[in-house]
Design a protein around this ligand. Structure first.
Ligand SMILES: [Zn+2]
Ligand SMILES: [Zn+2]
Length: 231
């Protein structure tokens, strides 16, 4: 079955994400746009994923747990998962490698952690948009080791894109899927996402994947199949 997707959306936990990007608002906007599946991908954290997944479950939208990891070279890697437990293990692993700089909400924005009713249950104290200690050489194997799919994010963008930073795409780094809005020339299967920081930027029902079922398991299996196609 065809499932319309947007696998790259930021919530109000990303300092650069709008405060209106709450788990329920994101889920409802995705449904208005006609999407079947989204992934919530905040910078270097997955702490709003449980709320978004619960909101999705209540409203009939598949929500994959994800994060947008920043490598030590400042390259953004979208890390997609089927299960939150696996994403949480990755977060645990990178947590101690991140620079510890206190967030200044008045400068960078709030980093709110919400529950499934959009009630605030915490605020991340340290700035999330900093590099982790994970290098681009090790990131693909690391994410795969935790059961995730590593996807170089927005590779057509100069800022924080793998090609812009390294100068060219290196096929030996272990990536099997890329994220791009245009034909990048990179010979790997591609997904196209919004990288929405505001509700209205969430994708229209435009890009789809073929999955066997409309579930996290079905979508993740379809993404894995796309990865293997590139081999
Ligand atoms: Zn990014
Ligand atoms: Zn992003």
């Amino acid at each position: 079955m065809k499932l319309f997707y947007d696998f790259h959306i930021h919530s109000c936990l990303s300092p650069c994400g709008d405060d209106d990007n709450t788990p329920n608002n994101i889920v409802n906007m995705a449904l208005i746009k006609g999407l079947n599946v989204i992934a919530l991908s905040d910078h270097n954290t997955g702490k709003n994923c449980p709320a978004a997944m619960a909101a999705g479950k209540k409203n009939g939208l598949v929500v994959l747990p994800a994060m947008e990891l920043t490598t030590s070279e400042d390259i953004h890697i979208l890390c997609l998962f089927e299960k939150y437990e696996d994403l949480a293990k990755l977060e645990n692993h990178i947590q101690n490698t991140r620079l510890k700089i206190k967030n200044k909400p008045e400068v960078f924005g709030h980093q709110r952690i919400l529950d499934e009713n959009d009630e605030q249950i915490g605020e991340e104290e340290h700035l999330l948009i900093v590099s982790s200690g994970i290098s681009v050489e090790e990131v693909a194997a690391l994410v795969k080791g935790f059961g995730g799919i590593p996807v170089p994010a927005h590779i057509d963008k100069q800022a924080n894109g793998i090609v812009g930073i390294l100068g060219s795409f290196d096929y030996n780094l272990g990536f099997e899927l890329i994220e791009c809005t245009v034909d990048s020339g990179v010979k790997l299967p591609q997904i196209t996402d919004s990288d929405a920081h505001y509700l209205w930027d969430i994708s229209e029902a435009e890009h789809f994947i073929e999955a066997e079922s409309c579930s996290a398991h079905g979508v993740f299996a379809a993404l894995k199949r796309m990865c293997r196609q590139g081999e």
